[in-house]
Design a protein. Structure first.
Length: 495
């Protein structure tokens, strides 16, 4: 059922109901007229010369009987007119006028809604057409990336993409405007339905009262005749209209669906095509890196302010972090916050940052990205929110991640950290020296503390530390020294 059908069907039902009453009134009117003519006829007949025989009392009685019939017919006709027809006709006339005004107002509103809907259709067509055109040109460029005048073609695609984005905004605005107007339309429809139902109840009530009066008048007129009383048994039930029968669903915003990278990640697609065949092979990566860093910094700016982060923002962020370059940009941007001294986060921002960090750790786990996961661990112990005088670190919201339960992961983390520190000092020259042991000892203590803070058991940490301590020829006492240092550090932290 469309908008116009809602109003038209209600109007048709309303007219149909009143037609029934009008037919009934017409029948009563003809009956009243017939009775009036009969009354006049009987009165004229009572004065007929053929009945003026004064010597016979029978004719006097006959004339009196005729006059009595005439009077009864007149009384019946007057009762029909005075007590039923006039009142019922007034009600129907009033209802007709009311229904007409309501219908015209409804039609006016319906025309307004139709214009709104036309605008939606126009904006929808424009949006989807521009998207298809943009996609077609992009596909042509994908097939032949070395096409002459590539820069001009890229500018054309960029212009088309901007147009499709702008058209989408206009399309979305048109739908939102239509849905808002639809609510007003519903309010008007409710009023129309309410008015109809009230009038229908009044019409049925008046119809019932008219029938009751008619029954009385007929029984009075038939007094003395052997026809029995007229009995009204069936109830008069008004035809009530339910609101739900006349309401439409809001229009839904449908976005252009395409698996083409231009629509999934336009900035990246433009960067790749702009930089293809560039003489400097590192230029492409550095430019993408800048795009990713910029996106991460914008995201973190929203987080620190506690601003709303949309579903699209999350999807774009997740897409970026699937790539090593995106995870690197994420860590870089968080380190920038740390270097600026932005350690404290508001409650809203803290929860959002926890979600984003979880996404980053998920991608590290999938890609076996130990290096980024290590940085995420350190950063989770950097940023915090304040509750009274306490600091609640980001780490508290990621403690239950499955990655921390993976012992192979921790083994790789410890190994990676030891190699990294030894490489800084020159691994070959340090081999077998006390300085090498010092560096290894420091890393084992450091990551022993970290593992303890991530709720690994003492025995698990001891076994893992023992495994790497043996590789570097630690004596049993030295291994115990590492564990003692971890325990001491934990005691200091707890105090």
């Amino acid at each position: 059922m469309n908008l116009n059908d809602c109003l038209e069907s209600l109007h048709i039902v309303s007219i149909g109901n009143r037609k029934e009453s009008e037919y009934f009134l017409n029948a009563l009117g003809e009956w009243a007229l017939t009775e009036e003519m009969y009354s006049k006829g009987m009165e004229m007949l009572s004065n007929h010369i053929g009945l003026q025989i004064s010597t016979n009392s029978f004719f006097d009685q006959l004339r009196m009987h005729m006059l009595s019939l005439s009077q009864k017919a007149r009384n019946f006709s007057e009762s029909l007119n005075t007590h039923i027809i006039v009142n019922y006709k007034k009600l129907l006339s009033k209802q007709n006028e009311s229904a007409k005004n309501t219908y015209l107002k409804g039609k006016e509103l319906n025309n307004y809604m139709a214009k709104k809907y036309k605008r939606v259709i126009k904006k929808t067509d424009k949006y989807f057409s521009s998207c298809k055109e943009c996609q077609q040109v992009a596909l042509e460029l994908d097939k032949n990336p070395s096409v002459p005048h590539k820069a001009i073609l890229l500018e054309k695609i960029k212009l088309l993409k901007n147009q499709s984005d702008s058209n989408f905004d206009n399309y979305k605005t048109a739908i939102l405007s239509f849905n808002r107007a639809l609510q007003k339309f519903y309010e008007s429809i409710r009023k129309i339905i309410k008015a109809y139902n009230i009038e229908e109840e009044m019409r049925c009530k008046s119809f019932k009262e008219s029938l009751e009066k008619l029954k009385i008048f007929i029984n009075q007129k038939a007094e003395g005749l052997v026809i029995g009383d007229l009995i009204l048994k069936e109830p008069i039930i008004p035809k009530i209209i339910q609101d739900d029968d006349f309401f439409l669903e809001d229009l839904i915003i449908n976005q252009f669906e395409s698996s083409h990278p231009l629509f999934e990640d336009p900035e990246k697609w433009f960067a790749i095509h702009t930089l293809k065949n560039d003489k400097n092979p590192n230029f492409k990566e550095s430019s993408l890196d800048e795009i990713y860093k910029s996106d991460c910094e914008k995201m973190l700016e929203k987080v620190w302010k506690g601003d709303y982060v949309s579903k699209d923002d999350f999807m774009k962020f997740s897409s970026r972090l699937k790539e090593p370059l995106g995870r690197k940009a994420w860590c870089f941007s968080l380190n920038q916050q740390r270097s600026r001294g932005f350690f404290i986060i508001c409650e809203k921002g803290f929860n959002k940052l926890s979600e984003l960090m979880t996404i980053a750790i998920n991608e590290c786990e999938k890609a076996n990205d130990i290096s980024t996961a290590k940085i995420c661990i350190i950063l989770s112990q950097t940023f915090y929110k304040k509750i009274d005088t306490s600091k609640i670190y980001l780490q508290s919201n990621i403690l239950n991640h499955n990655l921390w339960k993976n012992l192979k992961f921790w083994g790789k983390v410890v190994q990676d950290s030891i190699y990294e520190e030894l490489n800084k000092e020159g691994m070959e020259s340090l081999e077998g020296t006390s300085q090498e042991k010092c560096i290894v000892f420091s890393q084992l203590v450091s990551y022993g503390n970290i593992m303890m803070s991530f709720n690994l058991s003492y025995d698990t940490i001891e076994a893992l530390i023992g495994e790497y301590a043996k590789i570097y020829n630690f004596a049993f006492e030295e291994i115990q020294g590492v564990m003692q240092a971890v325990s001491d550090s934990l005691s200091i932290t707890c105090c």
